[in-house]
Design a protein around this ligand. Structure first.
Ligand SMILES: [Mg+2]
Length: 119
């Protein structure tokens, strides 16, 4: 079945790139510009997977992981990190964010991460 993926990134370029790529692969992509938007979407929509940037203003990726898990305890989460603070990344991974993608990444790595996270 066609999976719905919530794409959370404060950079529009990444949001657009990921959303276009995921749509072209048959996924339904729901873009969110930050944690607050992401949680609103998560409350309303049936989301199968979250891909979230780590470094964002207000809520960072760890905040998104914690809040998302409250709403949807088992949901797979892929973290994207660039220059994120390593301790925040490790704590997010400790909270069972499934996979960590280091920015910049190849689209092939994205697809491998999705396979791993949703397996
Ligand atoms: Mg960012």
């Amino acid at each position: 079945m066609n999976k719905t993926i919530l794409v959370v990134d404060d950079e529009q370029g990444y949001r657009d790139l990921l959303s276009m790529e995921l749509s072209s692969q048959g996924y339904t992509a729901l873009p969110a510009a930050g944690g607050a938007d992401a949680l609103k979407i998560l409350e309303k929509e049936k989301v199968d997977l979250i891909i979230t940037d780590m470094k964002m203003p207000k809520m960072d990726g760890l905040d998104v992981v914690i809040a998302s898990r409250r709403l949807r305890p088992g949901i797979p989460i892929i973290l994207m990190t660039g220059y994120a603070v390593e301790e925040r990344v490790q704590e997010a991974l400790g909270r069972k964010a499934s996979v960590c993608l280091r920015k910049p990444f190849q689209l092939e790595e994205l697809h491998t991460a999705i396979q791993t996270a949703t397996a």
